[in-house]
Design a protein around this ligand. Structure first.
Ligand code: ADE
Ligand code: ZN
Length: 338
């Protein structure tokens, strides 16, 4: 099997995926019609033409605008279901997905509208497609910590369906210390914690996310390599990095995929993984991310295997489920990596 076929068929886990970032232009237009929401785009082509980002903030402005078409639990169900159908086609067996409750409650939706729609699609995918999942709710870092506390409060009755808390949105000007108290409260309530750090921000943000927010995983973490002592610490602790190559390219975190740091992170002993972030906006789901970075860096089959395996290792599966998933991955690699 060639490396392209290997990537397509390899069992995969996705650990960094914003469900709102899977809103494809055709669904955006059809949901706008269904819900009578007016959009500044007349056609799918118009939406695509707007996806010409120069920074994270540039993207976020469109991402929050796009969300407005999501109004009912059915919309969130349809959105999640479409993503999981693509996962099945790409041999993704496990997903840990983010949602942004404040992007919806700020528009007057009940906290439960998004949650019920997303979790009913996740439950169904587990039964019908054998795809397991965890759901992580992100706090929007451009909003206040008080607002994040209200979101945590709203989540408490649903702890059985929400595994963790994350931190996303504008990294510039909203560093980790702003959310120390709410992360402590969330951890004390039993949620695991992750955070976006070192995407547009510095290695200091990654260190603060680890030390002050006590996160179990870093989302992106591109800047880690700028600090060799931090790199050594994260490598020794095997704290996973959920990297997103096509996102980094489209948001100009890297000018060129040939400059993507993923190979260097592997060489530094970091537990790096490949993910799609907001695939509808960045031009590819998980397989396309693997393929693009493989081609740009000429990654070897061994490096692809390491990245694929790292995703199961760095997942929040329980020990038994993880052991089975790793054995399954290793069997695939042994059979097909010849
Ligand atoms: N929200 C959705 N995608 C994001 C990203 N790549 N960085 C920060 N916040 C986000
Ligand atoms: Zn992200």
């Amino acid at each position: 099997m060639d490396i392209t076929g290997f990537i397509a068929n390899m069992p995969k886990a996705e650990l960094h995926l914003h469900i709102e970032g899977t809103l494809e232009p055709d669904m955006m237009i059809s949901l706008a019609e269904r819900n009578n929401v007016s959009l500044p785009y007349a056609s799918v082509e118009d939406v695509h033409a707007a996806y010409n980002f120069t920074s994270l903030q540039d993207f976020l402005d469109l991402y929050y605008q796009g969300m407005e078409v999501l109004q009912t639990p059915f919309d969130f169900y349809d959105l999640t279901n479409a993503y999981l159908t693509r996962c099945f086609a790409q041999n993704v067996t496990h997903v840990e997905i983010f949602f942004d409750p404040q992007g919806h409650t700020s528009r007057g939706l009940a906290f439960e509208s998004a949650l019920d729609g997303i979790t009913s699609a996740l439950d169904e995918a587990e039964r019908a497609l054998g795809i397991s999942s965890k759901l992580i709710m992100c706090f929007l870092r451009h909003l206040s910590e008080e607002d994040a506390f209200e979101t945590l409060e709203a989540a408490l009755p649903h702890k059985d369906r929400i595994f963790g808390v994350g931190l996303d949105s504008s990294e510039k000007d909203h560093p980790p210390p702003k959310f120390m108290r709410v992360f402590k409260a969330a951890r004390e309530a039993g949620f695991i914690a992750v955070a976006h750090a070192g995407e547009e921000g510095s290695a200091a943000n990654v260190a603060d996310a680890v030390d002050l927010l006590e996160i179990s995983r870093i989302d992106h973490g591109n800047a880690v390599l700028d600090d060799s002592a931090l790199t050594d610490r994260l490598s020794a602790a095997q704290i996973p990095l959920t990297m997103c190559p096509l996102s980094n390219l489209r948001l100009r975190v890297v000018d060129d995929l040939a400059q993507h740091p993923v190979r260097l992170t592997l060489q530094a002993g970091l537990l790096a993984t490949i993910n799609s972030d907001d695939p509808a906006y960045f031009g590819g789901y998980i397989s396309e991310n693997f393929l693009a970075v493989q081609q740009a860096l000429n990654l070897s089959l061994e490096e692809i295997c390491q990245l694929g395996r790292n995703a199961y290792l760095g997942s929040f599966m329980d020990d038994d489920q993880k052991a089975i998933a790793l054995a399954n991955f290793d069997a695939f690699a042994a059979e097909n990596a010849a």
